[in-house]
Design a protein around this ligand. Structure first.
Ligand code: MIC
Ligand code: SF4
Length: 626
């Protein structure tokens, strides 16, 4: 018997396919999660399949992104989601209950299980020794319908943690260090598996900070073993019955091996505007800070607030800094309320925000013009904060807290971090978690529009280059979020007006004028979120193909699911260059001719059989329809 990695063990228990790296495999999905910003599409897609209920062991629908409710649209979405959940057998987490990943970890994540979520940070739950993967809404809808999830059998990267962190250096610094090594595209079609002595020194919420931000590597998932620290966490959450020990076999073979020495790590920051632009606090220097925000699915656990409150206790934040805190869940909020942490934070001058994604997705708290904003979040893509001129730095809660006091970027080394106790058991409050009753009508407000129908893209066409882009274009560039745009997540016609608008205000107009065309880009196109709107909206505007040097995993699948051709090729094109695309009959090769410059590129295509069918039929919905 060959020795297996932890990832291979979990996959093996969920597939009949051979585990050959690079092959397409289909895995059974035990649990799904959705959130409201991607969930309305996912449930419209699920409803179109005509099933009476979901076929998973557990499906949960969270409302955590669009809770600003500046018009009727958001709450209409919430009511739609609640009515579908109730009728179709989905557990519903009401707005105000917390951020999906934090609440899922607390209540539902289980070692050894698989979880597919319509949010790129779904791997957060892999902190507990499960295999949790982010995907587009349509893939999650299919999983809810009981269909297996197909994915490339990932390579497994072993990250061995040795030594122990110094006080003031935290889990956030570990993942930032890894981002500096692997970059934002270093994890594509790989799973990161953590081993080594250093793993034991990290509790589950700390591990979750790391698995959460593994999404920024482009990784399929990031997993920790299920060990005594997992049991400790599950016991705190009153779920010790969910514990099983799980780890890699001794001598398991990995594709890559990286060692991180925790003793040597220092406080790090990701500089604007990519999560892998990592420097030490020392290197960046004492830059003046305007805003500090502590929260998001990366750093909003009880433990994070213990550290922040320990630093702020008895002190006052700098007059020049606006400090906001958003606990990750209502139970974290209740716990910090009960033991004096919240009062300490308020006394120090913090503003308290709702227990949601909030500013992480640009829903409020946009910084001032040219601001420096320090955030404990996971993404700092251009424009995501809502202020295009702001510089957003990603930091640990410790750096955020000490910098809030000083008014400039500061190192937390040497700070006392344990002035508040860890309770012997955590509050378990399921008051806003609603079990389904399999009845009631589906409620659809006027902003919830049917998903448009798309005809297949022909194999031969001639068109204009609508936009030409560089490396690492994120889905925030393609289909921005934020308070102005998120209310239209259930309305493709309307949301498509905002496609690329922070990058190029005329993108939509050119699409309309030329009847669509192609997008040309470089490496890692579509990194970041799982939002399928970044595929559907361009498709709606007539985009037929994206020609890029390479693609991020989730986005590539979303493009195929909605019938857009993702063509891997290094093409040079200016806006409005005339491009001829020729795909051979078996979808194995594309000949691309730039008629304007004369460049001809022949690109091999590596679609599997299922993908070829989807592309030839105009997307997955057309295939499911017949
Ligand atoms: C994000 O962090 O970008 C989001 C918002 O959570 C997205 C999902 C979305 O766009 O709704 C994600 O990470 O998948
Ligand atoms: Fe929400 Fe931000 Fe986490 Fe996305 S990254 S789920 S927006 S908190």
């Amino acid at each position: 018997m060959s020795k297996l990695t932890l990832v291979e063990k979990i996959i093996k228990a969920h597939t009949n396919d051979e585990l050959i790296r690079g092959n397409t495999i289909k895995i059974k999905i035990d649990q799904t999660l959705t959130q409201d910003a991607t969930g309305t599409m996912a449930y419209l897609e699920f409803l179109s399949m005509g099933l009476d209920k979901v076929k998973t062991e557990l499906s949960v629908s969270y409302v955590d992104h669009n809770t600003l409710q500046s018009g009727f649209m958001n709450m209409d979405d919430h009511l739609f989601l609640q009515s579908v959940a109730r009728q179709k057998g989905v557990v519903f987490s009401k707005p105000g209950n917390g951020i999906c990943h934090q609440v899922h970890l607390e209540n539902f994540a289980k070692p050894g299980k698989t979880l597919l979520g319509s949010d790129s940070h779904t791997p957060t739950s892999s902190a507990i020794g499960m295999l949790a993967i982010g995907a587009g809404g349509l893939d999650v809808a299919c999983a809810m319908a009981g269909l297996p999830f197909s994915m490339v059998m990932p390579k497994v990267v072993n990250v061995e943690l040795v030594g122990k962190l110094r006080a003031g250096v935290s889990a956030k610094d570990i993942i930032l260090k890894l981002l500096s090594i692997l970059t934002v595209k270093g994890g594509v079609n790989k799973v990161i598996e953590y081993t080594g002595e250093g793993v034991k020194s990290l509790n589950v919420p700390e591990r979750a900070t790391i698995t959460n931000m593994g999404a920024e590597l482009g990784a399929t998932s990031s997993v920790f073993p299920s060990d005594e620290r997992t049991l400790e966490y599950l016991t705190l959450q009153h779920r010790e019955q969910d514990y099983i020990p799980l780890s890699a076999d001794e001598g398991a073979i990995y594709d890559e091996h990286i060692v991180i020495n925790l003793n040597e790590l220092e406080p790090l920051v990701a500089c604007p505007s990519q999560p892998d632009q990592v420097k030490s606090v020392k290197e960046v220097g004492p830059i003046k800070v305007d805003q500090v925000l502590i929260g998001s699915c990366t750093n909003s656990s009880y433990y994070d607030f213990v550290k922040v409150a320990s630093i702020l206790k008895g002190k006052k934040v700098a007059d020049s800094v606006s400090v906001g805190i958003a606990p990750g869940s209502r139970t974290v909020l209740r716990m910090i309320t009960q033991n004096g942490i919240l009062d300490t934070l308020l006394e120090a001058g913090c503003r308290i925000l709702e227990t949601t994604c909030g500013p992480c997705i640009g829903m409020g708290q946009s910084p001032n013009t040219n601001a420096v904003s320090l955030r404990t979040f996971n993404r700092n893509f251009y424009g995501r904060s809502g202020t295009e001129s702001a510089s957003v730095y990603l930091v640990s809660p410790e750096i955020a807290a000490i910098s809030a006091l000083n008014g400039y970027l500061s190192s937390p080394l040497g700070q006392e971090l344990d002035k508040f106790p860890i309770p012997e058991s955590f509050i378990v409050d399921k008051n806003l978690i609603i079990e389904p009753t399999f009845d009631g009508d589906i409620i659809m407000g006027p902003n919830i529009k049917p998903i448009p129908h798309f005809e297949p893209v022909p194999r031969h066409f001639e068109c204009k280059t609508i936009i030409s882009l560089e490396d690492n274009i994120s889905t925030d560039h393609i289909m921005p979020a934020g308070a102005k745009v998120l209310p239209y997540r259930s309305n493709i016609e309307k949301i498509s007006e905002f496609c690329f608008y922070q990058v190029d205000k005329d993108f939509r107009n050119r699409c309309v004028e030329y009847g669509g065309g192609v997008i040309v880009a470089k490496d890692n196109y579509g990194q970041g979120s799982s939002r399928e709107h970044a595929a559907i909206a361009p498709r709606y505007l007539g985009i037929k193909a994206v020609i890029a040097k390479s693609f991020a995993r989730i986005h590539k699948k979303n493009l195929i699911n909605f019938g857009i051709l993702p063509i891997e090729a290094d093409m040079n094109a200016n806006v409005l260059d005339e491009i001829v695309v020729d795909i051979n009959e078996s979808y194995t090769s594309a000949t691309l001719t730039n008629k304007t410059s004369g460049q001809v590129v022949v690109a091999p295509l590596s679609f599997n059989e299922e993908e070829k069918t989807l592309l030839s039929k105009g997307g997955l919905l057309n295939v499911l329809d017949k």
